[in-house]
Design a protein around this ligand. Structure first.
Ligand SMILES: Cc1cc2nc3c(=O)[nH]c(=O)nc-3n(C[C@H](O)[C@H](O)[C@H](O)COP(=O)(O)OP(=O)(O)OC[C@H]3O[C@@H](n4cnc5c(N)ncnc54)[C@H](O)[C@@H]3O)c2cc1C
Length: 262
């Protein structure tokens, strides 16, 4: 239970406060920390509110998103790629989207984190409180390393993201993001929901090329997914169903990228 709420006014101060106490945690929107199922024991909340991390800025080729920008602000900003906006809209409640932040979504490290697959497909880099820049999939959830902003190169990739879920209010079962360079090379296929962590499918290039020019891409993609580690199944979705659904979503993503989706 949170017993102390501290509002540091600078990144350095926030990092020192978190290092002092094992039961301290950064507090951004609070939607995860205050969630009844939050696994974290937090007695001291270090608020990120006064750190000035709530801006979206851009250059000709990049967009930089402060860690405390909310999911609703992503949807409302004309600077944000459509694929990321669609992923943010996957959180069905506008009230929660008004509080939940991009930094919190990444750092919480949920198996079903809505934004991580599409950010990985867009090759997002995270800037951290100690001045480093790291690829998003290298960030370890709950590591207490402060994310200060997320940087995307906006001109280089087509990208599409889609979700399968059982109802609008339930957590996604499978989420897929597909991207490629604008000359259709260097495809990336990122999947969450099948394993404990978000996965980037390796060596998908030949399958991407074959599927792009095929009128029946799903069987080709299903074959490629056959080499994955055993998929987590549950009472609602068998392994075969999850594999087939993933193949359908990947096929859709490839088609959208070929059509120039951003
Ligand atoms: C009803 C409901 C439904 C939800 N559905 C989904 C869903 O479908 N998919 C999904 O992904 N999430 C879902 N969530 C979880 C949550 O809302 C999001 O993951 C949200 O983006 C978390 O952001 P936050 O700012 O509220 O994080 P917080 O709760 O403030 O923090 C979450 C974790 O991240 C850490 N943290 C926060 N910001 C930073 C930072 N900048 N640097 C380092 N660490 C940081 C905190 O210390 C904490 O460990 C849901 C939540 C609710 C209440």
């Amino acid at each position: 239970m949170i017993q102390e709420f501290i509002r540091p006014e600078g990144v350095q101060e926030a990092m020192e406060l978190i290092a002092e106490d094992r039961q301290a945690a950064f507090f951004a929107g609070g939607t995860c920390i205050n969630h009844a199922r939050c696994p974290q024991e937090v007695s001291r909340a270090i608020s990120l509110e006064a750190l000035g991390l709530d801006h979206i800025t851009c250059t000709d080729t990049t967009v930089s998103i402060g860690a405390t920008v909310t999911l609703q602000q992503l949807i409302d900003s004309p600077l944000i790629p459509r694929s990321l906006q669609q992923a943010a809209a996957g959180l069905y409640s506008r009230n929660v989207r008004n509080m939940a932040t991009i930094g919190g979504n990444i750092a919480a490290g949920w198996k079903h984190a809505l934004l991580t697959p599409v950010l990985a497909a867009l090759e997002a880099q995270l800037l951290t409180g100690n001045g480093e820049s790291i690829p998003i999939l290298a960030y370890e959830g709950s590591s207490k390393l402060l994310i200060t902003s997320v940087v995307l190169k906006t001109d280089q990739r087509y990208c599409s993201s889609s979700i399968y879920r059982r109802s609008s209010g339930s957590a996604p079962k499978v989420q897929v993001a597909v991207s490629c360079r604008t000359d259709m090379t260097d495809p990336l296929v990122i999947i969450s929901g099948l394993h404990a962590t978000v996965r980037s499918l390796k060596e998908f290039g030949p399958v991407f090329t074959a599927a792009r020019s095929s009128s029946e891409p799903v069987p080709l993609i299903l074959d490629a997914l056959g080499t994955l580690d055993p998929i987590d199944e549950d009472i609602h979705c068998s392994r075969d169903f999850l594999r087939y659904t993933s193949a359908r979503l990947i096929a859709e993503g490839i088609r959208s990228c070929a059509g120039g989706a951003r």
